[in-house]
Design a protein. Sequence first.
Length: 278
Amino acid sequence: MSNASLTLTAAKARLLAYQMVYRAQSGHIGGSLSAMDLMTLLYNEVLRVDPKSPYDPERDRFVLSKGHCTPALYATLALRGFFPVEDLEHFRQLHCYLSGHPEMGFVPGVDMSTGSLGQGISAAVGMALAGKMDGKNWRVYALLGDGELDEGQVWEAAMAAAKFHLDHLCAFVDVNGLQIDGKTEDVMPTEPLDGKFAAFGWEVFQADGHDFDQLREAIAKAQTTEDKPSVVLMKTVKGKGVSYMENDPQWHGKAPGEELFLKGEQELRAKIAELEGR
């Protein structure tokens, strides 16, 4: 897809995610908005997946390790055709299959049930190891939050991935600098992330998480890396696209009231109109 098409698709996905959280009055919107450009690029250009055959054994795998950011995943999957966009209206509602955390077996396109931070990347390592042992050529991608890196299990998984030389595993870290309690540097400093991942035996790339060309370049390099796993450290803006949410940790997992919702919706709709040339 062209950058223009990707930008428009990401803008539409942001609006859907924002509406989902408002309608449910529940959900994690800040980190969903920051990750939307990556999600859009992965599902529309990078991942070898087919909405008509979501469980094809030869598909690429994606694990949302920061499993609370389902507004980004569900909006992306719906726009890609894995299930009807109209189903997003029932997000986080009783008896709906679109729960607050992704569940494999219930949501077409979801490869792993996640939610407890740190466990998703561990599952991705297991998937990649299984593929390596079976001689498969599909790839595994995983998305983590920078706050998630506080979890020791992340680094245990990182050691295992390096030990088994999982060069068909690529992780992305959404480095927006914020987590539920405030700035990551105040809650539990994890920098320098590049030096830490390199010390754990990973190939490290950096990119602006809102720049498709930079993301493409990093992914292309990761796909040609041999004998070690790769990680892309993405600098992003939490709450990207909604002015009052941007870089404000209070919108990590809170839904807006009507007045603020309408303000943000107007901004998101205006962006879509601008991109469509209306």
